[in-house]
Structure formats: structure tokens, C-alpha cells
Design a protein around this ligand. Structure first.
Ligand SMILES: Cc1cc2nc3c(=O)[nH]c(=O)nc-3n(C[C@H](O)[C@H](O)[C@H](O)COP(=O)(O)OP(=O)(O)OC[C@H]3O[C@@H](n4cnc5c(N)ncnc54)[C@H](O)[C@@H]3O)c2cc1C
Length: 482
């Protein structure tokens, strides 16, 4: 593997999951680390806002793979449990369908109650298959760095091919599952990779594995406690943090970075720099280089509505509910190819207070509804499209039994907001995981011609999501440490 040279002091730009992970791994290996972020709090896209004392998320809500989250803590000699209490989310997800039926838990038992014992057995078989996919994918393709496409050649590649890992995820699920509702529950995760289940390679069954087999968790106190805990662990290990400080540029001399310059002109010298900012546009900008020039395909975006609801009115609901519209293929086509707002919306609804009652205040709870929508790639005029979309989201929520009124909405975040946060094409989900943007074909975490700058985050390897960006920080650190 190509290593990146650098002396003991490393500046990490960006305190999202990727930057926090890189900082902890570097610090644990004895490097002096300065972590800089333009935001006032750690976490980047994992953001929350408080309204009348109630915490509302508008970033990630589904936490999986606690073993991956544990790694940066362990790198500095701590444990995950020293810093966070992870509460299992019962049943993972519930699913609500347009025909009025519900699957109350994403488990064989939950499937069995709605779809019968034979489909439950088939679902269990599907989960077994995702476990085998995970075993074939994790070390070689997910927790892996690449200098060349040839790096993937290994017995695991043959194993993955034998498992059908390069076929369509949709096709592999339909081989095992009979009920359309179970197929949706088993494959909607392709959208996390920015793809339709039909276009996603079945190796992305690994996301279904993390969700449906590995389980979904909520840290007590809410998802934003994760970056806070990582920052606390970093401070405990001696990492110096500078929040609310924007890096203007990386100071370069020939093929080396010598440090960074902040917006106010302060210069921080460094022997190496980790750019845990958005890989395709922000990182090149800080280096004074043209953005990644290849034709890149970005994932669809989302609109997130955070509302306040009486806890008693949702107490019998699941923490996470997938609200499926009637359309399926057409919806993915609209999102990923036509770049239009789906005519038939689907939603992810999350009510964290169901798992952690301490998040409810005076009987009020936060309800989060995420609607997948196109980013700013298509022709949607978000200045006029947002309001009618909100009305449709509210109608759908009410039709599926969620008591969200117009006046209870506290926060709306959509493509123009993601753009304002520096996310290209108005999407916080970065590059889609098409075959040509996966593994060795994803923009690498090294920068051609620079010996001591390395990238981390959703836009490089391995990709989008909390576990993956945590791994990207670790991979970036390894480039500097080997
Ligand atoms: C609405 C939404 C829902 C999601 N749902 C899930 C989910 O349920 N489960 C899941 O696993 N993932 C989910 N994700 C994806 C996941 O949150 C992201 O992939 C991950 O948080 C990205 O982390 P990152 O460190 O790569 O980037 P970021 O979080 O974007 O961090 C980059 C940091 O760099 C800083 N920065 C940028 N430029 C500069 C500069 N010049 N100077 C200083 N600092 C700078 C920014 O302020 C930011 O803090 C979701 C994301 C969103 C937005």
C-alpha cells in the first residue's frame, strides 16, 4: 500500500465521523494531533438542534455496527462503554405499506406475523445469505484501501462472486423471498448506497446485514452523543481541537503540505494533513486544485422534517418505521435516473424517545421524517417545490397514523440546506455506490503529487454512512502510520 509521509504533528481538518476517527487512530499511535472544524460542535452532518428544550436530529438516525464504532475508542486505550451506552432498538424497523399492512419488526418473527411462517423462513435464509456476503466483503472490500483495481484480486473475490455478490441485489433477494413486502424490507438499504435495489450489486447486501442482523442501536442521550463522546476520548488522549475555525487552505511546498491556514490568517504548521472534508470538491478547493474531474454520479438527497409530537400519541409506534409508498421501481427511477421528486413518496420515520424515554420532555417527543428526493442535479426548483412536498409528507404521515400537524414542525432541511453546508449537488449522501464508484474505483484517499496529504470521509473509500466513514478515518490514519 502507498504510505504517506509526515512527521509527528498531524492536522485533521473536519470533525465529522471520519475526522474524529482519524484523529483518535493517529493519537493512539503516538502522533500529536490538531483537529479543526468550522462548526461549533463535532459531528458534521450528524447534527441536532434544540427547540423548547427538545432535541431534534436532522442527520443520521440509524446507528449500526457498534464493533466498528468501538475501534477509534480502543485505538486510544478506551472502550466504547467508557463513553457511550448503546441501547438496542427493538426489532430494528417496522414497515408500513400502502395496502394498510404492517410488519412490526424486521425479524423473521415480525415477518412471520404478517406474511406467514414460510416467508419468515425465507427471510431467515436471506439474512443468512447477507451474513455470508458480509464475511466475504468486510475485510477485503469495506475495511480496505486500494492503490490499484488489482488490489481486489483475492480468494474473497471468487467467494463473493459465488455468493452472487456481483448480481443485482433485487434479483438475489427475489430468489429467496416471495412476498413483495419482505423484498422491500430486505433491499431498501440500497438507497443508503444511492442506488435502486435493481442497480445495486448484491454485495450491498452487507448494508442489509448491518441493519437486519447486526442490529440497530441508539446511544442513550441521542445520536449526537456519539461525536461528542469521540471528541471527549480524543481530548483524553491529548488531541487538541479547534472548533468554530475554518481552514482556508492547505499550505503547500512542492509535493508536501507544510500546514494549514485558517480564515483569520493563523497558520498551523503540520508534518501531515488529513482532509476529512468532502472529498470531491472541498478537499481539492483547500489544496487549490481543480475538483475531481471524472464524471461522478451523486446519490439522491433527502428532505428531513423534525416535528414535535405528544409522546402518548406515538407510544405504541416503533422507533424506526419505513413508510413505503405503493410504487417501487418507478420511485427509484425518479430518484436515481430522472432526478425528480417521487410521485409516490416513501419515508423513514424515527422517534428516538421510543427507545430512550429521557429524550422526551414534559410528554413531548421529537419525530423525524426523511423523504428521499433528488438533489440539485435535476430541474427541481427547490424554492417552490419544498412547500407542496411538505404538505404531501404531512398527508402521508397522517394517513399512516403519525399525528404530525403543520404547527408542530420545528425544522426542515432539504437540498438547498445541504448545498449551504458544502455538500455537492445538494446531497449529503455524496457519491452513489455505483460499481464504477466502489472500492478501487471510488476516488482514492490519496492526492496525486502530494506526499503527506490524505483524505477521509463519505466521498472516498469505503463510502457513505457512519460505519463506513469511521473506517475511512482509520484507513487514512493507516496511510500515515505505516
Ligand atoms: C439526513 C441524513 C441522514 C443520514 N442517515 C444515516 C443513517 O441513518 N445511518 C448512517 O450510518 N449514516 C447516515 N447518514 C450518512 C452519514 O451521516 C454521513 O455519511 C457521515 O456523517 C459523513 O461523515 P464525514 O465525516 O464524512 O463528513 P461530515 O459529517 O460532512 O464532516 C465533515 C466536517 O468537515 C468540516 N469542514 C468542511 N470544510 C472545512 C474547512 N474548510 N475547515 C474546517 N472544517 C471544515 C465540516 O464542518 C464538517 O464538520 C445520514 C446523513 C444525513 C445528512
Amino acid at each position: 500500500m502507498r504510505t504517506v509521509s509526515g512527521s509527528d504533528h498531524v492536522v485533521v481538518v473536519g470533525a465529522g465521523f471520519a475526522g474524529l476517527s482519524a484523529a483518535l487512530h493517529l493519537s493512539g499511535a503516538g502522533r500529536e494531533v490538531t483537529l479543526i472544524d468550522a462548526g461549533d460542535a463535532p459531528g458534521g452532518l450528524c447534527a441536532t438542534a434544540e427547540y423548547a428544550g427538545l432535541q431534534h436530529d436532522f442527520g443520521p438516525t440509524v446507528l449500526t455496527a457498534p464493533d466498528i464504532l468501538a475501534r477509534p475508542f480502543e485505538a486510544v486505550g478506551a472502550t466504547l462503554n467508557d463513553h457511550l451506552e448503546l441501547l438496542p432498538v427493538d426489532g430494528g424497523y417496522a414497515a408500513s405499506y400502502a395496502d394498510g399492512s404492517m410488519i412490526e419488526a424486521a425479524t423473521p418473527e415480525g415477518v412471520g406475523q404478517t406474511c406467514g411462517p414460510e416467508e419468515a423462513a425465507r427471510f431467515a435464509d436471506y439474512l443468512d445469505w447477507t451474513a455470508r456476503i458480509h464475511d466475504a466483503v468486510f475485510e477485503r472490500f469495506m475495511n480496505a484501501d486500494f492503490d490499484s483495481p488489482l488490489d481486489v484480486l483475492s480468494p474473497d473475490l471468487a467467494r463473493l462472486a459465488a455468493l452472487g455478490g456481483f448480481r443485482s441485489l433485487d434479483a438475489m433477494a427475489r430468489r429467496r423471498l416471495d412476498d413483495e413486502r419482505t423484498v422491500r424490507l430486505a433491499t431498501f438499504q440500497a438507497l443508503y448506497a444511492g442506488l435502486s435495489p435493481r442497480r445495486a450489486r448484491a454485495l450491498y447486501g452487507v448494508i442489509s446485514y448491518l441493519d437486519l442482523v447486526g442490529g440497530v442501536y441508539l446511544p442513550r442521550g441521542g445520536i449526537s452523543t456519539v461525536p461528542q463522546a469521540m471528541l471527549a476520548a480524543a481530548h483524553g488522549a491529548g488531541v487538541r481541537s479547534m472548533l468554530g475555525r475554518r481552514v482556508r487552505r492547505v499550505l503547500l511546498s512542492g509535493d508536501h503540505a507544510r500546514g494549514v491556514e485558517l480564515d483569520d490568517g493563523e497558520r498551523i504548521p503540520a508534518g501531515a494533513v488529513v482532509l476529512a472534508t468532502e472529498r470531491t470538491a472541498q478537499a481539492p478547493e483547500l489544496l487549490g486544485r481543480a475538483p475531481v474531474r471524472r464524471r461522478l454520479r451523486f446519490a439522491p438527497s433527502c428532505v428531513v422534517v423534525s416535528a414535535e409530537v405528544p409522546l402518548a400519541a406515538v407510544a405504541d409506534r416503533a422507533h424506526h418505521t419505513l413508510v413505503f409508498g405503493a410504487a417501487w421501481e418507478r420511485t427509484f427511477d425518479e430518484l436515481t435516473r430522472r432526478h425528480t421528486i417521487p410521485r409516490d413518496l416513501s419515508l423513514l420515520v424515527s422517534i428516538p424517545a421510543i427507545t430512550d424515554a429521557s429524550l422526551a420532555i414534559s410528554g413531548r417527543a421529537s419525530l423525524y421524517a426523511l423523504a428521499p428526493v433528488p438533489g440539485t442535479t435535476g430541474s427541481t426548483d427547490w424554492a417552490t417545490a419544498t412547500e407542496p412536498l411538505l404538505v404531501r409528507m404531512l398527508n402521508l404521515l397522517q394517513a399512516r397514523g403519525f399525528p404530525v400537524e403543520r404547527g408542530s414542525i420545528r425544522h426542515v432541511t432539504g437540498p438547498p440546506d445541504w448545498t449551504a453546508m458544502g455538500q455537492p449537488h445538494g446531497t449529503p449522501f455524496s457519491l452513489a455506490h455505483t460499481f464504477s464508484q466502489t472500492g478501487p474505483f471510488r476516488p482514492r484517499n490519496t492526492i496525486p503529487g502530494l506526499r503527506n496529504v490524505v483524505c477521509a470521509g463519505a466521498g472516498t473509500v469505503p463510502g457513505v454512512g457512519i460505519p463506513t466513514t469511521l473506517l475511512s478515518g482509520e484507513l487514512a490514519a493507516q496511510r500515515l502510520l505505516r
